[in-house]
Design a protein around this ligand. Structure first.
Ligand code: SF4
Ligand code: SF4
Length: 211
């Protein structure tokens, strides 16, 4: 029906306006900054980089694949890859970002970087009080400022973090099973080669005993 959306919107506004006189739940505004609304789980402001363990830089999940940099619509991510590699959460050797900057003055909070990241490395933070008088430098954040622990992620987005933890646990289990299978295959190949070598060795003639 023509105008149905407008009518629904007006009805919701009216419901909140009238309801606010009788129900605290209908008070959709608060006296900020003295009061702050509790952020809903799906709230998203700007991205952050997840790290595991205690060391933010060593534990960064990001492998500098640069997919997010390519896909970011306003091109506000800037990454420089490392020359060397280090073990990731699966023990696999990976590159890492020596530089990872996001210009938050340009970021439009679309979350595309999060959607395209194959490594559960970049997520949306709920922090929004970032106002600064330094229009450029103040909003250009580096990997040290972007790094937040997985515990932080679990705290702000518990549902997403738990499915992310489960996905990573599956990857770790797969990597461990593959490593175990590789070790067993190598041991089997070595045993077979050894058996072949023994079979190919000519048997020395036995001395005949004197009668
Ligand atoms: S949220 Fe969107 S605009 Fe911001 S860094 Fe990610 S992809 Fe770019
Ligand atoms: S955050 Fe994800 S998509 Fe972006 S470079 Fe790192 S691993 Fe790749």
């Amino acid at each position: 029906m023509l105008g149905e959306g407008i009518i629904k919107g007006m009805a919701e506004t009216a419901r909140n306006f009238l309801g606010s006189y009788v129900s605290a739940e209908r008070l959709t505004t608060v006296q900020y900054p003295e009061e702050r609304s509790v952020q809903i789980e799906n709230a998203r402001q700007f991205p952050f980089l997840v790290f595991d363990g205690d060391d933010p830089m060593k534990g960064l999940r990001c492998v500098a694949c640069q997919i997010c940099e390519k896909e970011c619509p306003p091109k506000c991510i800037y990454i420089v890859k490392s020359k060397d590699k280090r073990a990731d959460y699966k023990g696999q050797m990976q590159l890492y970002p020596t530089t990872f900057n996001i210009d938050l003055s340009v970021c439009m909070s679309c979350g595309i970087c999060v959607e395209v990241c194959p490594f559960e490395s970049i997520k949306m933070n709920t922090e929004f009080e970032l106002s600064t008088t330094d229009r450029f430098g103040g909003l250009l954040v580096n990997k040290h400022q972007l790094a937040k622990s997985n515990d932080h992620y679990r705290k702000i987005h518990p549902t997403d973090a738990s499915s992310s933890d489960a996905a990573l646990a599956v990857e770790v289990a797969k990597a461990q099973a593959k490593a175990k299978a590789d070790v067993e295959a190598k041991a089997k190949a070595a045993a077979e080669a050894k058996a072949k070598a023994v079979a190919a060795t000519p048997v020395a003639p036995q001395p005949v005993a004197a009668t």
